[in-house]
Design a binder for this molecule. Structure first.
Ligand code: SF4
Ligand code: SF4
Length: 304
């Protein structure tokens, strides 16, 4: 570590936005070398936030707290939970990519499949870039998704789940709430990808501007919508939620299609993320307007 730069929210925003603007990794690898991403939402959560403990109860005991993952992988930099901040970001899908996938009926558009593979490769590079940038500035940091023991485990509640969920980290960092299809609905909608880094830095946590973890989904807010059920070609979304196994099987089938139709090794789906009211914004009017006014609801009840 070279020096001890004071880290601010603006510094982190700059680190992420500059990488999006300048990194050669930011490409769909199509003929016209279009960028995969053009913007990011960024939020921060304290390592001492009680929500991490709630995730252990809600997702499963295998879901790491920031303290657990940081101290496993940075033993020489050991830190208390209150010394850690989770930096989370959302990369919203570009309009052209959403439009292409809106037309898809069974398997993903070429643009969407390219983002699933090459856009996520950029996201991996971004995780490394943020962790390295913080390290160079004198602050230990790790990307939980990139550590050697990150894994997917069987979960009674969710059939399977991972020991670090980027969507749950983003929810903790004030960036969105969960929809009927399990996707995270953010201020820029549900068509997006997420990333995070845990660092020994102290930053003001981003307030969570929602009253509960499903506040932005029309189905949970007022019993309407359910459009993601109709969009799913695998019938993996019902009124009771998202069947991860059906979804996984459809994703596996998409590999053959992508190879044959688009001539590269890829996969994807995301049909439930487009052509729906939550595609590119918060569809619940009262929640959207409250966010625009900067209003904060009373603290939410624990996840249950
Ligand atoms: S499509 Fe409708 S029901 Fe499905 S997640 Fe979005 S708002 Fe909720
Ligand atoms: S990703 Fe595809 S298969 Fe999975 S729930 Fe969404 S639409 Fe259905």
């Amino acid at each position: 570590m070279e020096n001890n730069v004071d880290i601010t929210a603006d510094w982190i925003h700059g680190l992420i936005r500059d990488f999006i603007a300048a990194s050669p990794h930011n490409t769909m690898r199509n003929k016209t070398e279009d960028p995969a991403w053009d913007d990011a939402l960024v939020g921060f959560a304290s390592g001492a936030d009680p929500i991490w403990q709630q995730y252990k109860e809600y997702v499963g005991p295998f879901h790491w707290t920031p303290w657990e993952v940081f101290n496993q992988h940075c033993p020489r930099e050991s830190a208390g939970a209150e010394e850690l901040t989770v930096v989370s970001w959302v990369l919203p899908q570009r309009e052209a990519v959403r439009t292409a996938n809106r037309r898809a009926k069974r398997y993903p558009s070429e643009a969407w499949a390219r983002i699933r593979v090459y856009g996520e490769e950029f996201n991996v590079a971004l995780r490394r870039h943020v962790a390295d940038g913080l390290h160079k500035a004198g602050h230990a940091a790790i990307a939980p998704m990139l550590v050697s023991n990150w894994t997917i485990v069987k979960s009674e509640r969710f059939s399977y789940a991972s020991c670090w969920s980027e969507r749950h980290a983003a929810h903790a960092a004030g960036l969105g709430t969960f929809g009927l299809c399990d996707g995270l609905i953010t201020a820029k909608g549900k068509a997006m990808r997420v990333g995070s880094v845990v660092a020994r830095i102290s930053l003001q946590p981003t307030p969570r501007p929602y009253s509960n973890h499903r506040a932005y989904c029309l189905f949970f807010a007022n019993g309407t919508c359910g459009k993601c059920m109709d969009r799913c070609p695998a019938r993996a979304i019902t009124r009771t939620g998202h069947d991860k196994e059906k979804c996984r099987q459809h994703l596996a089938r998409s590999r053959e299609y992508v190879k044959k139709a688009y001539k590269f090794e890829g996969y994807g789906c995301g049909l439930c993320q487009v052509g729906v009211p939550c595609e590119a914004g918060i569809p619940v009017k009262s929640a959207r307007e409250a966010l625009e006014r900067g209003e904060l609801p009373p603290p939410p009840p624990p996840l249950a």
